[in-house]
Design a protein around this ligand. Structure first.
Ligand SMILES: [Zn+2]
Length: 657
């Protein structure tokens, strides 16, 4: 048992020694010997130059957390191993290395870690004389201890505070503990007492909401820029979409290339039919293109490009000392990660969502999302094309109309829907309005059958506004659980009211399950079977009218006004920014999770339109629901005192008098 005083002494000694400590990468190249595999010998980090900076974070006083999102073949476990060895050998600090299960740590210890220690002369001398102190899960070196723990050994973790912690594959640990962020919190807890604490998180990501990607977002989001062999512009490599470059004229770090564009290219003629490719033709033609000069970059250029590689931050860290980085599998020089291998990996992953998710997470080093990338303007335009109606903005459609209101702190968002005979729903118009006064003006002007307002924010204001026009206005509350639709026709909004209104009037308040209706609407917004991918030169293979397109939605009962792209582009984004992500978790279980956006008001209004339209019998979802509603409303109206307010014209009264 080490006393607090001697621990402090060690910490202080370690602090003053820091100046004498060589960069960890240089030290590793002469001290760490790998006794197995093709690369047998002292570690050569020139092969993987991106690994140098994260390793050196161990002795960088500016870094508290080092969080990396890595593709496969990027030597992340090697990095973690060097950090662990550098910690006990050079910093003389103990560390904990967390694994999803203890058994994984044990087999890593016996199969990789201990063989490296035994094969490396400098490390071998740091082993204790007493072999009992060098166990599989707890390896005491002369000046520090490496401890491998499973993510479930909570009690054990807390009793062993250490200055350095390592996690490789944080998503797997989150899955093992059935929690998304908890393992990080518990790891942070245990190193709090150390002023020179360090946490290393190496992993591949799963979803944007997962711990790996969230830790990446907290940091300064570094990318590894390597110079184009032709124009010399330092740039990150991406399979598709924009890349980061250093502008050679201004010196600024900025983005280049469009979302949706492929940087890795192969001959589109290699496509045999919808599902099959001539891989030999792909292999022969696969080439990377510079985002700035479009020069063709080949595998043989990689090695010299990597020599000029440098990590650059692309944003300011949200938390002090939090360094983060992301690198994909286009970088390594190995045969398994050649541009052709990468292209073939992609093409052979397109047959299933699970394979495509694996490709996205482990090769592209990106979070998986099965929805539409709303930064990809072409993809959004194509998707919108499927739901464009024949009506222009503001042109009334259908037998019934509804006005839906989303109440924000500073303004209101509204959308007007038409309901046709066959259950077809169309978005007639949408916009913003200042307050409830201007909303009433809008109501008078548009004369919808009913108005439904979300009472989640500014609840009492909404109830008061609904009360004023309660024969046609409905208050709605979206709930995360419960029945899809639960109307209360006798809701007293003035319970506890001092103005004497309590018990005098009731309004209609509809509780609805926001996720049920979200799914209901998604089924109409997207086709039954979404085609998951596009290809380089895709325009030439995916031609044909939308009507004959297998991607087009099967249920054509939702349309938007035909000039929406031009007249309401911000609302187009709101429509597509929320969706359901279906994914395979690290345990191999299929799951789904909502991707929600703060700016998805129109999506909310559409799903509420389906809910309220269904309740009123306007849609074909539940035509009989209207009868139930009318019967209940009639009962409710019988209990109502005489309506004192003048009622605006134009709608069918809910409460028949
Ligand atoms: Zn170039």
């Amino acid at each position: 048992m080490v006393s607090a005083a001697s621990q402090l002494e060690e910490t202080i000694a370690g602090y003053f020694d820091l100046a004498d400590i060589p960069p960890i990468d240089r030290w590793a190249e002469r001290a760490v010997y790998i006794p197995f595999g093709e690369k047998r010998g002292f570690i050569d980090l020139d092969e993987t130059p991106w690994a140098r900076e994260p390793i050196n974070s161990l002795v960088d006083p500016e870094v508290l957390v080092e969080a990396g999102v890595y593709g496969s073949q990027l030597a992340k476990t090697t990095q973690a191993t060097i950090v662990a060895l550098g910690s006990v050998a050079l910093l003389r600090q103990s560390l904990v290395w967390m694994w999803p299960k203890e058994g994984a740590g044990r087999s890593f210890s016996t199969g990789r870690f201990q063989p490296i220690v035994n094969a490396s002369p400098e490390l071998r001398t740091m082993k204790p004389d007493n072999h009992d102190l060098f166990k599989n899960l707890e390896l005491h070196f002369r000046h520090g201890t490496v401890k491998f723990v499973g993510s479930h050994s909570r009690v054990d973790q807390k009793s062993n505070p250490v200055p350095v912690t390592i996690v490789d594959e944080i998503e797997d640990i989150a899955a093992a503990t059935e929690k998304e962020t908890d393992p990080i919190t518990s790891l942070e807890e245990r190193s709090k007492t150390f002023t020179d604490r360090k946490m290393f998180l190496f992993g591949s990501c799963l979803l944007e909401s997962g711990p790996a990607w969230q830790q990446y977002l907290l940091g300064d989001q570094r990318h590894f820029l390597i110079p184009c062999p032709d124009c010399g512009t330092p740039q990150s490599l991406e399979f598709r979409g924009p890349v980061w470059i250093r502008n050679l004229k201004s010196g600024e770090i900025e983005q280049a290339g469009r979302s949706g564009d492929f940087r890795l290219w192969w001959d589109p003629a290699a496509r045999i039919d919808e599902h099959n490719w001539d891989f030999e033709a792909v292999r022969k033609t696969a080439v990377y293109t510079c985002a700035v000069c479009s020069a063709k970059i080949r595998d043989e250029h990689k090695r010299s490009m990597l020599k000029g590689g440098v990590w650059v931050p692309t944003t300011r860290a949200k938390v002090y000392g939090h360094r983060s980085r992301r690198i994909n599998s286009l970088y390594p020089v190995w045969a398994a990660t050649s541009y052709a291998a990468f292209a073939i990996k992609f093409l052979s992953s397109t047959s299933s969502a699970a394979k495509l998710q694996n490709f996205t997470n482990n090769w592209e080093a990106k979070p998986w999302t099965s929805g539409l990338d709303i930064s990809d303007k072409d993809a959004v335009a194509k998707r919108l094309g499927y739901i464009l109606g024949a009506h222009a903005r503001g042109e009334r459609t259908g037998a019934h109309t509804l006005l839906l209101i989303d109440v924000q702190r500073t303004h209101l968002v509204w959308a007007r829907f038409g309901f046709g005979d066959g259950g077809a729903v169309s978005l007639i118009d949408c916009g913003y309005t200042r307050d409830f006064d201007s909303l009433r003006e809008l109501d008078d002007q548009l004369a919808p059958d009913f108005v439904a307002a979300d009472a989640r924010y500014r609840t009492q204001e909404v109830y008061a506004a609904v009360h004023e026009r309660r024969n046609r206005w409905i208050a709605i509350r979206g709930e995360e659980k419960g029945a899809p639709l639960s109307p209360n026709y006798n809701f007293d909004p003035f319970t506890g009211d001092r103005g004497g209104r309590q018990g005098m009037f009731v309004i209609t308040l509809v509780h609805l399950n926001t996720y049920s209706w979200g799914e209901e609407f998604l089924n109409r917004l997207y086709p039954a079977k979404e085609n998951l991918v596009s290809y380089p030169g895709g325009a030439s293979v995916a031609t044909g009218a939308a009507a004959a397109d297998p991607e087009a939605p099967r249920i054509r009962d939702f349309t938007v006004f035909g000039d929406m792209a031009r007249t309401a582009p911000d609302f187009v984004r709101q429509l597509f920014s929320t969706f359901l992500i279906e994914y395979i978790d690290p345990k191999g279980k299929p799951r789904s999770r909502w991707k929600e956006s703060k700016e998805d008001h129109l999506f909310d209004l559409c799903k509420y339109a389906y809910a309220i339209g269904s309740m009123l019998g306007f849609t074909r979802i539940a035509a009989e629901a209207r009868k139930v509603f009318e019967a209940a409303a009639a009962v409710s109206a019988a209990k109502q005192p005489e309506l004192s307010l003048s009622q605006p014209s134009g709608g069918t009264p809910i409460f028949r008098q």
